[in-house]
Design a protein around this ligand. Structure first.
Ligand SMILES: Cc1cc2nc3c(=O)[nH]c(=O)nc-3n(C[C@H](O)[C@H](O)[C@H](O)COP(=O)(O)OP(=O)(O)OC[C@H]3O[C@@H](n4cnc5c(N)ncnc54)[C@H](O)[C@@H]3O)c2cc1C
Length: 416
């Protein structure tokens, strides 16, 4: 007779790992069943020819409250990016950096703003858009919602700051330029970008799930890798979890913490729309551009929405004497290497033509779409024995995944 565990968790992404830690700490007998050969889900890092390649460029914002609740940030050895962007428009390149965090870049930032990037009308519009979120985030969170484009229109933010800076920047973050995304969500996210200093762990984005897995294991959770769940059978007294090529797992309750693309295949829950991203990773020699700023193409002259010499911020991403450049696109723009290289040359200079392609990551299910109105938290308990977690239940982000894991654990513990 096989053991009946207290809780089985399907999926060892951030949501599943966070739920596992909390449940194991509360004394529950927890088994995590993960299809892949490593934990992390959408947060994986591979070492390729000495480069650390995250599976798609992403950043961690230490201002996420849920992150600070889940791990000791010092354990991640975060390398913060400068808070600002380099905006390329044709032959022009201008800097807009946080004036307080980077006073040394103030002259360049003033010159950039006065170059036509930030008109007085834009500055006033940006203040109308973002100030309420900076001073009264709760009232923005609970207020009316629309698309981000509608919110910008309402704030009369219509000039180059929107078109050449905010739209390309947020496209890389939301996998959408704002036309389909909840303004409440995007505005609160922009607030965190203004207040925090996003970065990457020195050893790659996978440091976060690795740390979460270590915490879950030390609390007693059993994490089983390479165990793809093919079906969940809910019975009167337990749940039977069928594993392809492995032993079934029995538990009193299941937390289904798979990504949005997989959830409807396992339980009776809607499949959220997902958005795709594509990251091109290039190896460059020691003479790579010196700027650590994220570069955006203010003219949207090609598929790239942002690009960064990531090893200028996190040197461990490249072997000694080399540099690593990330260039991110929307996946729907296809995979046209010639167009990517031509745009990179416009953004970084002709030397980009010689950069060596290390890998291209196509991620069709990168982020769940979150349109207006931003829903109130989706219920986590679907039935007596089934609880659901994952960023698609909260917000499309690291914070959303972690919060959903917390809510799932609370539901199992009868606190939700
Ligand atoms: C390219 C990219 C850029 C991003 N940028 C940012 C960013 O800058 N900032 C930010 O906050 N967020 C960003 N995100 C989002 C963030 O990575 C995710 O929100 C978060 O990792 C989701 O975690 P999760 O646990 O909800 O889901 P997942 O990570 O998808 O985990 C689900 C797990 O379930 C497993 N699974 C699925 N089916 C089965 C099955 N049948 N049996 C067993 N296991 C199964 C999967 O293998 C996976 O490990 C980005 C994501 C991508 C892809």
């Amino acid at each position: 007779m096989t053991a009946v565990h207290d809780v089985a968790i399907v999926g060892a992404g951030l949501a599943g790992l966070r739920a596992a830690t909390l449940l194991a700490r509360a004394g529950r007998d927890v088994v995590v069943v993960e299809a892949q050969d490593e934990v992390g889900g959408r947060q994986r890092t591979d070492v390729v020819d000495g480069f650390r390649l995250d599976r798609g460029f992403q950043v961690l914002n230490p201002r996420y409250d849920a992150l600070a609740r889940a791990v000791d940030l010092a354990d991640l050895d975060l390398r913060p990016f400068p808070v600002g962007v380099r905006v390329v428009r044709g032959a022009r390149s201008d800097v807009l950096a946080h004036p307080v965090r980077h006073p040394g870049m103030l002259p360049a930032t003033l010159a950039g703003a006065l170059s036509g990037l930030v008109s007085p009308a834009d500055a006033a519009g940006a203040a109308r858009w973002l100030l309420p979120a900076l001073v009264r985030p709760a009232s923005v969170a609970n207020g009316p919602d629309a698309t981000l484009h509608e919110a910008w229109d309402r704030a009369r933010l219509r000039g180059p700051l929107r078109r050449s800076v905010l739209e390309p920047f947020l496209t890389g973050v939301l996998a959408d330029d704002g036309a389909g995304t909840s303004a409440v969500y995007a505005t609160l996210l922009a607030r965190l970008f203004a207040l925090g200093r996003p970065g990457v762990p020195a050893d790659g984005i996978a440091a976060l799930p690795q740390r979460l897995a270590a915490l879950a294991r030390s609390a007693g959770a059993d994490i089983r890798l390479s165990q793809p769940v093919r079906g969940i059978d809910v019975r009167a007294d337990r749940v039977e979890i069928g594993v392809a090529g492995g032993d079934a797992v029995s538990a009193r309750e299941v937390v289904v913490a798979v990504g949005g693309e997989a959830v409807a295949g396992l339980i009776d829950a809607p499949a959220p729309a997902m958005r795709g991203l594509q990251t091109w990773w290039f190896g460059a020699d020691a003479g790579a551009p010196a700027s650590a700023l994220l570069a955006v193409d203010g003219e949207r002259s090609g598929p790239i929405v942002n690009s960064v010499v990531i090893s200028r911020t996190a040197p461990g991403y490249a072997p000694s004497g080399r540099h690593l450049v990330a260039a991110s696109c929307l996946l729907r723009d296809g995979a046209d290497e010639a167009a990517v290289r031509a745009q990179l040359a416009r953004m970084w200079g002709g030397e980009a033509a010689a950069w060596e392609l290390a890998r291209r990551d196509d991620i069709p299910h990168a982020l769940p779409a979150l349109g207006p109105p931003m829903r109130h938290p989706s219920p986590v308990r679907l039935s007596e024995r089934v609880v659901v977690a994952g960023d698609h239940r909260e917000t499309p982000s690291i914070a959303g995944a972690l919060v959903s894991g917390e809510r799932a654990a609370a539901a199992v513990l009868g606190q939700g």
